[in-house]
Write a protein that binds this ligand. Sequence first.
Ligand code: G6Q
Length: 549
Amino acid sequence: MSELTQLPAWQKLWDHFADAKQLHMRELFESDPERAERYGLEVGGLFLDYSKNRITDETLQGLMQLAREAGLPERIKSMFKGEKINTTENRAVLHVALRNRTNSPIFVDGEDVMPKVNSVLERMGKFAHAVRSGEWLGYTNQPITDIVNIGIGGSDLGPLMVCSALRPFGHPRMNMHFVSNVDGAQLKETLKKVHSETTLFVVESKTFTTQETLTNALTARDWFLQRARDEKAVAKHFVAVSTNQKAVADFGIDPSNMFEFWDWVGGRYSLWSAIGLPIMLYLGEENFTELLNGAHIMDQHFRNAPFEQNMPVLLAMIGIWYINYFGGGSHVIAPYDQYLHRLPAFIQQLDMESNGKQTRTDGSPVNFETAPIIWGETGINGQHAFFQLLHQGTHISPIDLIASLESRGSLPGHHEILLANVFAQAEAFMRGKTAEEVREELAAQGMKGEALEALVPHKVFAGNRPTNTLLMSFLDPRNLGSLIAAYEHKIFVQGVIWGINSFDQWGVELGKQLAKTIHGELTGKLKSAEHDSSTRRLIQLYRQANKSK
Ligand code: G6Q
């Protein structure tokens, strides 16, 4: 594979960086009245303003050249064609097939995957309709009122984020619950809120071997049977979503109650598959289809638009500019929307699990930074907390500010305040505040002399802090679908530039193995294994604390 740091565009960008790092966005805006117009882009119901970045036309040309030299055009084609680009697992990467609304054939191992995608979607639709309409009845002939999703990681965060984001579109009878933590508390608290007669448990696990999920599912099943006292009733209250039919059957869920997906769907990219069943149960088939439609719009755009006007490519390459040239290792997701409060956690997994790697696809180590640390919170709450660091701290971290333009559904007077904050923050991050402006401001407040001068340095803001403003017309299934797909493709592009496999997750697999031995020791099933002194001591402390049990 080509050595990224040897590519002509990589070096050319370094030459350009020597000058570009001196530029202040204030001046860039002053010298170009058209900047916002030129550095803005609309795709479907999404609008991206990327003008408040430390970039010029030369930067963008260099970055797009880098994308071409790194083979991005070919890699995009490979993904959409179903080639096995997840090389360490020998799998295709086809979340795009799950929302391929044109139905054009996509082949994996010579087989068109579209018929099975459509057939599972149809089964999901029928099932969702039966549950939502009240036709599907529990063991005492009552309709379902509560859905408990049991899953973790990719089998939790996507459905959880989407169901929270689209709550205004949810079925009024349906209460959604998500249980991922194996600590017992989350399941215990959830079970306090639901009734066995009216609850449907959706057990979601790609592998159906994940200890946390299986433990929670078994406990939920015991809880249910203690109440229903009839094994046959399980079929009305437990369904599974998995790629592993045998494990589902072994667990005791009838395979006719299983919704299938395939190994070419990565966990963190799976909300579009049967893993989206809780989404469909809550929002209905039509809204789920709209979510897929929105993603499809972004897929088509990503596949066909020239890089210079390609939203995911722009987001990715501007990200590369900060990560690899400025050396900023963090990126903030700040949705100005309470319904999107789980979006930072979702993007965190999507990005950090995909690109948190240091080995390239050919097995060689990288000699540059890869995935940034993704973090965030609803913007308005962040403003009253960590934005201080973003404004005046020593780290420079790009921020995605995400909001909806229309005030539809908001309480009177609220949306204007919210959006005023989005725009004001973006402006402040860009402009900053000079010592001269601070002096004027303090003088206007009646301060003067030494007291004024002593305060000036504390109230100065350097500005020049990058933001992307991502605006939706309105937070609905279609626009959310486009937004998520934009991030998925952004992450893919960055993975391609770094030459890493964005679709495996050996770090997660390690976590799944590690606890097994120690769990055996804690439960007394295994004799003490070899450990370092710290681990031995921690195990001892556990034993002492639980001596009497
Ligand atoms: C996602 C990861 C990981 C996975 C969970 C749950 O891409 O692989 O987050 O989704 O570990 O795995 P199962 O779905 O197999 O239970």
